[in-house]
Design a protein around this ligand. Structure first.
Ligand code: NDP
Length: 451
């Protein structure tokens, strides 16, 4: 690649080169562009970063593994899927990041997620590098036995590439408690060794208290920090949440506890609007619907007599706070316009990159407090890091202890955002989080020398 001078104007040149080297991987381009805009001015001021060619090194994954996963369905047909693990960067700790099972994924999805994970893990202050992986396997509509056979076959290859000081996977979309148990069971059997190589495990098999709740709780703690900073709170606020999986459920749980009123939930079929607010009891119904019966959010509308908006997203509903907790690019410019004109003051991203670049631009221009995913949803991987610590010690911390540690980590992430993102009358969380996450990794790479 051509050596750049790291002036702001060079971002276009850099991005064109990146697009040529990684063609068609739009989500990866989008994730890199956002970080480049924040950190190019920092690199421009730092000759050591320039000499080390730091950003070109950072956008090139350390290693990518792609493999065939063969399994048998309940009818005896042999099925083939593709497995991936992108080990992006281990400058500050072993590779760490979730596994996603969803039919839409491609290599570019895992590059985008692995790249984001580098900076997110750095922000947690724990020693973890960035990685991500998964498969185009769709757990939806599969029997438990089919999911088990798929997970076992997936691990029959993945086990070669992971290890508890090497790479520690966890869950993500489509990979919850059931999948983690099948994956970890197979890993432990192949290795004949009980180590904490996967996080998000059930409590009885070395899992950590609060891990299931951590991403959602952390996302609300981050929103609370943003609000505290402007002398406000969650109490009495109307909240719009998207998704209805792990992150959405525990975002809602914590919002209810802190006095917020959650009026929406969604899945890929549409969203429900409950103007009276989702109560603890109604949330228990959603947990059972989604985690046990594996049904559709539409059933909530039928059960509680509220409106269901088929194939729509919830961003046109009036709210004070918005929590996109489903998937990437689920909130665009026109959604952002709706949110702003309806009075939304805070966005805290539970999902990874749910707001597209035009939406983010509008939020920043309108001084909406915008907590980007790599800061706001870092609570999940942070408690995964604490699960690793507990596994190493052979000891478990209490729920209260872990919740306090999670709160402290989210406060600390917020403080790092302020350090680099505080403007005269506004906090630019995008800039703050990207620079803080980047500097630690870049300093480590410079110190290691060239290899
Ligand atoms: P789940 O699989 O538990 O839930 C995902 C939810 O998002 C479901 O309601 C799903 O609906 C919806 N969804 C997924 N894909 C789409 C799509 N293409 N269009 C519309 N809706 C969609 O996943 P999680 O809750 O674990 O993850 C949600 C987000 O949070 C992801 O971006 C993930 O990367 C991020 N995240 C998760 C962490 C974790 O600890 N789990 C940690 C940090 C970030 P449906 O069932 O219809 O597909």
């Amino acid at each position: 690649m051509t050596t750049l001078t790291y002036k702001q104007t060079d971002i276009d040149v850099f991005m064109n080169q990146l697009k040529e080297r990684h063609p068609g991987e739009n989500e990866f381009h989008q994730a890199v562009h956002e970080v480049a805009e924040s950190v190019f001015p920092i690199i421009e001021q730092n000759p050591a970063y320039q000499k080390a060619n730091i950003f070109e090194r950072l956008v090139e994954p350390d290693r990518i593994v792609i493999f065939r996963v063969t399994w048998e369905d309940d009818q005896g047909n042999v099925q083939v899927n593709r497995g991936y693990r992108v080990q992006f960067n281990n400058a500050i700790g072993p590779y760490k990041g979730g596994l996603r099972f969803h039919p839409s994924v491609s290599l570019g999805t895992f590059k985008f997620l692995g790249f984001e994970q580098i900076f997110k893990n750095s922000l947690t202050t724990l020693p973890m590098g960035g990685a991500k992986g998964g498969s185009d396997f769709d757990p939806k509509g599969k029997s438990d036995a089919e999911v088990m056979r798929f997970c076992q076959s997936f691990m029959l290859e993945l086990f070669r590439h992971i290890g508890y000081n090497i790479d520690i996977p966890a869950g993500d979309i489509g990979v919850g408690a059931r999948e983690i148990s099948y994956l970890f069971g197979m890993y432990k059997k192949i290795q004949n060794n009980f180590t904490g190589t996967i996080t998000g495990k059930a409590l009885g098999m070395g899992g950590s208290l609060i891990r299931t709740e951590a991403t959602g709780y952390g996302c609300v703690y981050f929103a609370q920090e943003m609000l505290n900073h402007i002398n406000d709170s969650i109490q009495g606020k109307t909240c719009v949440v998207s998704g209805s999986g792990n992150v959405a459920q525990y975002t809602c749980e914590k919002l209810i506890e802190l006095g917020g009123k959650v009026v929406t939930f969604s899945d890929s079929g549409g969203y429900i609007y409950d103007q009276n607010g989702i109560t603890k009891e109604k949330l228990e119904f959603i947990k059972d619907l989604k985690n046990v019966r594996r049904g559709r959010i539409k059933e909530y509308a039928e059960k509680y007599g509220v409106e269901f908006f088929e194939n729509e997203r919830p961003w046109s509903q009036a709210c004070d706070l918005a929590f996109p907790c489903a998937t990437q690019n689920e909130l665009n410019e026109s959604d952002a316009k709706n949110l702003i004109s309806n009075g939304c003051k805070v966005i805290s991203e539970g999902a990874n990159m749910p707001c597209d670049p035009d939406a983010i631009r509008l939020f920043r221009e309108n001084k909406v407090l915008f907590g980007l995913g790599k800061a706001a949803n870092a609570g999940g991987v942070a408690v995964s890091g604490l699960e690793m610590s507990q596994n190493r010690m052979g000891y478990s911390w209490t729920r209260e202890d872990l919740d306090n540690r999670l709160k402290t980590i989210m406060k600390d992430i917020h403080a790092q955002c302020l350090e680099y993102g505080q403007e005269s009358d506004f906090v630019d969380y995008v800039k703050g989080a990207n620079i803080a996450g980047f500097k630690k990794v870049a300093d480590a790479l410079v110190a290691y020398g060239v290899h």
